[in-house]
Design a protein around this ligand. Structure first.
Ligand code: SF4
Ligand code: SF4
Length: 412
C-alpha cells in the first residue's frame, strides 16, 4: 500500500510539473528531477526473499572507466546489479568488482555463463571462479545459465551438480536462467515444471504482451511476438520463482520518441510502467550508460499502473516502429537462409548499433556469432526475401550490417 501511495504522490507531482514543462523543463529533465529521488520501491524477488530495487542495473555495456555509474546507481538506491562473464569482453565484471570494493554488501550481484547441453560441472565451476575473481568477491547472490534457447541446455544434469557444489561451498546463493530467443517459452516451461530455478530473467515488454494489442488502434497491425510469455511468467510466480524482466524497451529507439515526450514522462518510463504494472514481474533490469540516464530511468520507480499519457507514448512508439522492428524472439525466419546466416541474431546486433547507438557493443556481439552475415555480400537476397511475416526486408539489412559490424566500413 505504501508503494502505491508513493507512486500516486509522485505521479501527482509529475502531473503538476508537466504544466510548466512546455515553458521551462523538458520531459527528460522532469523525469530526471523525479529520478533524482532514486528508487521508490523494493520488491520481493520470489523465494529468494531478496528485496530488490524495482528498476535495477543491467551492465551489458559497462566499460572500464565507468565505475562512477555503479556509484551513482547505488547512491540512488539501486541494489541489484546484473552482469555476465562475457559482457564487454569481461570488462563489466571487473568494473563492478572495482566499484564494489569495500561495499560488497550494498548490492545483490548476479552473474551468468553461457553453456551447452554437454558443459561439465568442472567447466561451470571454473567459469564461476573466474567471475568471482573479476568481481572481487567470494560469492554471487544469483548465478544464471545465460541466454538459454535449448531445453537440453536447461536440463543439463551437470548444471544441477555444479549448482549443488557451488551452493554448498557458499559461492552462489540462488540459481536461475536468462533468455530472450525463439525457444524461450519452452525453456521457461521446462525450468519451472522441473523446479530447476529460483529466478528467471526474461525478455518482456509491451510488444510481447497480448494485452497491449487489445487497446491498439486499427492503424497498427502487429501481433504479440510471444503471446505465451505472460502465461509462463504467471506460472513462475505461482511457484514463487523470482521474475526479472529485460529488453523492456522493445528496441530502445529512444531518440525517436523525444519529440512526443511532452507529458512529463519519457517513453522509457512509460515502457517500464507497463512492465512493472504486471504484478507477476518482480523487477526489471535496464542497461544504464550515463548518470542522466540512470536518473531518467529511476523516474519510473514505484510505478504500478500505466497512465493514459504513458499508454499514448507506447502507442506512438508502436506506430513509429511497427513496420521496421525486428521482433528477434519470434525467429520465424529461422532456416530461411541457405548459407546459415542467423538472421535474427544479425538483426539484433544491428539494433545495438542503430537503435542503442552503441557500435562498439554491436561489434563485440557480432564477433560472438558463430556464423556472421558475410554470405549476404554476394547473395541475390532471393531466399530470404519473403521470409519475414512481419515485413522486415531481411535482404536489405543483413549485408549492410555485416559491412558495418564485420569491418571498419560504415552502415549504408
Ligand atoms: S526478421 Fe522477421 S521473422 Fe526474423 S526474427 Fe525478425 S521479425 Fe522475426
Ligand atoms: S541475403 Fe542471402 S545470405 Fe543473407 S540472409 Fe538472405 S538468403 Fe542468407
Amino acid at each position: 500500500m505504501s508503494d502505491r501511495r508513493e507512486f500516486l504522490k509522485t505521479s501527482a507531482l509529475l502531473g503538476a510539473a508537466s504544466v510548466v514543462s512546455t515553458n521551462s523543463l523538458s520531459a527528460k529533465e522532469l523525469a530526471q528531477q523525479k529520478g533524482a529521488k532514486g528508487v521508490q520501491s523494493y520488491r520481493r524477488l520470489g523465494r529468494t526473499e531478496l528485496m530488490v530495487s524495482d528498476i535495477s542495473f543491467g551492465t551489458s555495456r559497462l566499460r572500464t572507466g565507468q565505475e562512477h555509474l555503479i556509484d551513482h546507481a547505488l547512491d540512488r538506491g539501486v541494489n541489484y546489479i546484473d552482469t555476465a562473464e562475457g559482457y564487454t569482453g569481461g570488462q563489466s565484471e571487473k568494473v563492478i568488482g572495482r566499484a564494489l570494493k569495500g561495499k560488497r554488501d550494498k548490492a545483490y550481484l548476479v552473474s551468468k555463463t553461457m553453456t551447452r547441453a554437454s558443459t561439465s560441472a568442472k567447466k561451470l565451476m571454473n567459469d564461476l571462479e573466474h567471475s568471482l575473481r573479476s568481481l572481487q568477491t567470494d560469492y554471487v547472490d544469483i548465478y544464471m545459465n545465460h541466454a538459454v534457447n535449448d531445453v537440453g541446455v536447461v536440463g543439463n544434469p551437470e548444471w544441477q551438480k555444479f549448482v549443488d557444489q557451488a551452493r554448498s561451498q557458499g559461492k552462489i546463493r540462488f540459481t536461475g536462467i536468462s533468455g530472450h530467443a525463439g525457444n524461450l517459452i519452452d525453456c521457461l516451461d521446462y525450468a519451472i515444471d522441473e523446479d530447476l530455478i529460483d529466478v528467471m530473467l526474461t525478455a518482456y515488454n509491451f510488444g510481447q504482451d497480448p494485452k497491449f494489442y487489445e487497446g491498439l488502434t486499427s492503424g497498427i497491425d502487429w501481433i504479440a511476438t510471444q503471446p505465451d510469455l505472460p502465461r509462463a511468467i504467471k506460472k513462475a510466480k505461482a511457484k514463487d520463482i523470482g521474475v526479472v524482466a529485460m529488453k523492456t524497451l522493445m528496441g530502445a529507439r529512444l531518440n525517436d520518441m523525444r519529440p512526443y515526450e511532452d507529458q512529463g514522462a519519457t517513453f522509457a518510463q512509460a515502457a517500464f510502467s507497463w512492465v512493472l504494472s504486471n504484478s507477476d514481474v518482480d523487477a526489471l533490469i535496464i542497461t544504464m550508460t550515463s548518470e542522466d540516464q540512470i536518473d531518467e530511468y529511476l523516474g519510473a520507480s514505484g510505478a504500478v499502473t500505466v497512465t493514459a499519457e504513458a499508454r499514448q507514448l507506447l502507442d506512438q512508439y508502436a506506430n513509429l516502429n511497427g513496420a521496421n522492428y525486428c521482433k528477434h524472439a519470434c525467429n520465424l525466419c529461422s532456416g530461411a537462409c541457405p548459407y546459415g546466416v542467423p538472421i535474427s541474431d544479425v538483426l539484433r546486433t544491428r539494433m545495438y548499433a542503430t537503435d542503442y547507438q552503441d557500435v562498439e557493443f554491436a561489434r563485440d556481439e557480432y564477433a560472438l556469432l558463430e556464423t556472421n552475415a558475410s554470405a549476404c555480400l554476394s547473395c541475390s537476397g532471393e531466399p530470404c526475401q519473403d521470409a519475414c511475416p512481419n515485413g522486415i526486408q531481411i535482404d536489405e539489412l543483413c549485408a549492410p550490417t555485416h559491412r558495418m559490424l564485420g569491418s571498419t566500413e560504415q552502415l549504408a
